[in-house]
Design a protein around this ligand. Structure first.
Ligand code: ADP
Ligand code: MG
Ligand code: MG
Length: 898
């Protein structure tokens, strides 16, 4: 028997089901399923995605297709008691595209196919409504010409306007049947003029032309680009659903609508949608007339409304998820035209999932899988009040979510000065590490240049601070302390508001609303925590960050960067003094000044983390970041240190490096200047002993950065262990601690077995590991990396989502080598990737113990870890896996792809 290419649905003869999405597309599978469970759908048939694949490969249709379509068409004629292309009761159909994942760029649905001069007259006679028949006809000609024949819709609109003008009317509905008949003739003449061919009169030609167009639309540049970006295979292909027409435009007992079974923005369990009386197809969406709220349908069409409620309930129970429905009422009879999983906000996703558990519709595990980790991001930051009236200056990259209002400041020093007392927004062309103090103090950051992984974006995300980046329309004039956008000039001190979730830059002060974690959120996160095996820690450098992260559920600190402490207040002078010291004795004096400051910081952090592990990374950045720039700053420092400015300058210059990222930093500093390691270790252990004496449990994990050889680690650890013993002896107390290393250089990953001989834990510094694996500095990547991703050279920005093939391979290798030496070696990740859901899934599968991410990403990582665990095939399940969870997931993906 020949292969089957066509599946019938409706009229009690349904051949497909919801499990055939890949073959029938989401739309075709939904129509089949609805028909199968007794929801009224107009009958029709679906041509499979397999045909699309064969057609695109061979350029022709497979043998047997035409016969199968013809026989389905005949079945459809029998089922509807209508005739395609003739008779007293002509059969009209819609031709609809639909792949397994819905995607933009695919062909628009064609309605009313089958009309020609003969069938239009027959329809006029049958319905007794010539206006209706010719209105449908002219719409069909326009739509078909636009979508299939490539004659732009504008030109038809112009003819329509012309006719309305000639008749002196404003609305389409005021045109008579005769006007519409003549207009249709004009439309067809236009087609002939533009294409050199007659508009196809034969419905068979119309049908095959439309089928062709659907398959070809799989290859439009827009659809291809979309698939590439979303990792959807080009080989899936689209299906074509041919569906007998029902008419919502047959009078006041007819209409069309769309509805969600639950409110997609709040999640509340109530019907949400719109309905339009006496209208067809997309009239609701097109906004031709103001639609009714769906509740209004109860008065307008009570019988159909009751039926619709029943169908909505049935579909939601059947799919066990909120549905997005499209329907039409023809002379009081209800027909469903589409069902799919409803797209929803993060807030709605949580509420729906939790309430469905309470309703007994899904299990807690399924509920966890119903919420995408990234959706939580919307809930964890303040938002621009959605009811506020706003003046948007420009929209740029939504680099770090949240909302911030403040007065414009251009200088980071000034931001640092004013920030603690009044809200300021730091506006910079771009930021660099030297702006850090200003970024910390500002409410939000706006840059004119740079992408989603620019310095400003990364640092802001790390701090959970709102940032809008790459606002190219901003013309900066720092000299005169102002910027302009179009014809608006904003001066220093003027108020602006940033919306880091949408990228909007708004003039003036706009109220923001604080997110409140709801009970639903807490319950969902409890279920997620029960499901996951990966621990989640946070990157936190201050007691305040640590406290925030704890509230978000962090189970420890995975990365505490000590250098940020060096920038605070006037500490920088002591740091500079230390770096620029002429000899060891002078350095010892400077180092001694820093000791109490660091100790106090660590005490604060240990207290905040009360009993949870705290991973402290010893000093890492290149020294030049701390040094004064330009003669003015050098002179200033020379005065403070009572030194000769010229001598000081030559010492500053001696620290110059051609490529600081690959230079004198990390443990290389600790090797050159052991006093620094010594001082930091002393600060940590003294703080630990002090806090432990207060009755707080302390678990420091000391991490040596940028190790490339085992010997570096051995020497640094020797110092740390030595200092520990000394302090413990002096204080007559002991603290349990670990010493481990960052794995952030390919050499370290490849020789991890040797390194593990001296390490009690590993933590992958995936930011640096990505930079060094690609040989690419993140700060310079912005120039070309976006085009790499758009052009498909890289699937994702590797600084956002872990490069599994390269960097991931190193992670796996190092973990295996390390655990070969210590089977129970604790292995974690710090770096942006620790908060990226797809990377988290990889880390789970790689067998890591924890990920660490910025405080605001902690809930995202917790949920992502739960997803990874629930999807892990090696997981030992307590109950039978509920098959719907995968489906729900696939549906959510399809919706996310919409
Ligand atoms: P989309 O992918 O844009 O949702 P659809 O194929 O669902 O496209 O069609 C859009 C709309 O056209 C439907 O919501 C429905 O209102 C209308 N439509 C499609 N097929 C038919 C039909 N057979 N009868 C009546 N209306 C239809
Ligand atoms: Mg639709
Ligand atoms: Mg690093």
């Amino acid at each position: 028997m020949a292969e089957r290419y066509v599946y019938f649905f409706g009229a009690g003869q349904t051949e497909g089901s919801k499990d055939m999405k890949e073959l029938l597309g989401g739309k075709g599978a939904g129509l089949a399923e609805m028909a199968r469970i007794g929801v009224p759908v107009p009958p029709g048939f679906t041509i499979t995605t397999e045909v699309c694949r064969l057609y695109l490969r061979a350029g022709t249709y497979p043998d047997g297709l035409r016969e199968q379509v013809q026989s389905a068409l005949e079945r459809l004629e029998t089922a509807t008691r209508k005739t395609f292309g003739g008779g007293a009761s002509p059969l009209l159909v819609s031709v609809r595209s639909g792949a397994a994942f819905s995607m933009p760029g695919m062909m628009d649905t064609i309605l009313n196919l089958g009309l020609n001069d003969t069938t239009a007259e027959a329809m006029a006679a049958e319905s007794g409504d010539a206006r209706f028949a010719f209105d449908s006809y002219r719409r069909f000609v326009q739509m078909y010409a636009d979508v299939v024949l490539g004659v732009h819709a504008d030109q038809f609109e112009r003819l329509l306007e012309g006719r309305k003008h000639a008749r002196g009317v404003r609305e389409d509905t005021e045109l008579s049947a005769n006007d519409l008949r003549e207009l249709t003739a004009e439309f067809k003449a236009l087609v002939r003029e533009k294409t050199g061919k007659d508009f196809p009169e034969d419905p068979q030609d119309q049908l095959w032309g439309a089928i062709h167009a659907v398959f070809n639309s799989w290859q439009t540049p827009r659809a291809r680009a979309y698939r590439r970006i979303n990792n959807i295979s080009d080989d899936l292909g689209t299906a074509v659903s041919v569906c007998s027409m029902v008419f919502g435009n047959m009078g006041d007992d007819s209409g069309t609508g769309v509805a969600f079974t639950r409110d997609p923005s709040t999640g509340e369990k109530r019907l949400y949608g719109e309905f339009l009386v006496n209208a067809q197809g997309e009239d609701v969406v097109a906004g031709i007339r103001d639609p009714l709220h769906i509740d209004g349908m109860a008065q307008a069409l009570p019988g159909a409304y009751e039926e619709f409620l029943e169908a909505a309930r049935l579909l939601e129970d059947h799919y066990r998820d909120a549905q997005d429905l499209e329907f039409t009422v023809e002379k009081g009879h209800l027909y469903l035209l589409q069902t799919r999983s409803a797209k929803r906000t993060g807030r709605a996703a949580i509420r729906m999932a939790v309430e469905m558990v309470d309703e007994g519709l899904i299990t807690p595990e399924e509920a966890v899988l119903r919420v995408e980790p990234d959706q939580l991001d919307q809930l964890l930051h303040p938002m621009v009040d959605p009811d506020a009236n706003v003046h948007v200056l420009t929209t740029a990259l939504p680099a770090s979510p949240g909302a911030a209002s403040g007065q414009v400041v251009f200088n980071p020093d000034e931001a640092a000065e004013r920030g603690p007392h009044e809200p300021v927004v730091l506006v910079r062309r771009e930021t660099s590490p030297e702006d850090f103090h200003g970024m910390v103090a500002a409410q939000g950051i706006l840059t004119g240049r740079g992408g989603m992984t620019s310095h400003a974006a990364v640092v802001a995300r790390g701090m959970g601070k709102c940032c809008v980046a790459g606002a190219g329309e901003l013309v900066m004039d720092e000299g005169r302390r102002r910027f302009t956008v179009g014809d608006v000039t904003v001066h220093e001190g003027d108020w602006i508001t940033l919306d880091g979730s949408t990228g909007r830059v708004i003039l003036g002060k706009v109220p923001t609303v604080e997110p409140e974690p709801t009970d639903d959120f807490r319950r969902l996160m409890e279920w997620a925590d029960a499901a996951r095996t990966l621990r989640v820690r946070t990157n936190a450098d201050t007691p305040n960050d640590s406290a925030v992260a704890r509230r978000f559920g962090a189970e420890g600190i995975g990365l505490c960067r000590t250098e940020h402490m060096f920038f605070e207040g006037d500490r920088i002078d002591a740091v500079r003094e230390m770096i620029l010291a002429e000899h060891g004795a002078a350095r010892a004096i400077a180092v001694a000044k820093l000791l109490p400051m660091q100790r106090a910081d660590f005490e604060g952090i240990f207290r905040a983390m009360d009993g949870l592990p705290v991973t402290i990374r010893l000093l890492d950045p290149p020294l030049h970041e701390f040094l004064p720039h330009g003669m003015a700053e050098i002179k200033d420092l020379a005065r403070k240190l009572k030194q000769n400015p010229d001598k000081l300058r030559s010492r500053v210059e001696a620290h110059h490096e051609a490529n600081p990222m690959l230079g004198h930093r990390g443990c290389r500093l600790g090797i050159s200047y052991p006093d620094i390691t010594w001082m930091q270790a002393q600060a940590i252990f003294e703080a630990a002993v002090n806090v432990q004496k207060e009755g707080v449990r302390v678990c420091p994990e000391i991490m040596i950065p940028l190790v490339s050889t085992a010997e570096e680690l051995r020497r640094q650890r020797e110092i740390v262990d030595h200092v520990a013993e000394e302090i413990f002896y002096q204080c007559d107390a002991r603290v349990d601690y670990l010493v481990g290393t960052m794995i952030e250089l390919p050499r370290a990953a490849l020789t991890a077995d040797r390194i593990a001989a001296h390490a009690q834990f590993f933590s992958f510094g995936t930011n640096d590991l990505t930079q060094t694996t690609f040989g690419l500095s993140r700060d310079d990547a912005g120039r070309f990396l976006p085009s790499y991703v758009e052009g498909g050279i890289l699937p994702d920005d590797p600084f956002q989502t872990l490069d599994i093939d390269g960097v991931g391979h190193l992670v796996q290798t190092a973990t295996r080598l390390g655990r070969g030496v210590h089977a129970d070696l604790k292995v974690g990740v710090c770096g942006e990737h620790g908060g990226d859901p797809r990377s988290v899934e990889f880390f789970h599968n790689a067998g890591l113990n924890y990920v660490s991410c910025s405080p605001y990403r902690v809930p995202v990582a917790r949920l992502a870890a739960a997803h990874a665990a629930l999807k892990d095939p090696s997981r030992t399940r307590t109950s039978e896996p509920a098959p719907v969870s995968d489906r729900a997931l696939a549906e959510q993906e399809a919706v996310a792809a919409d």
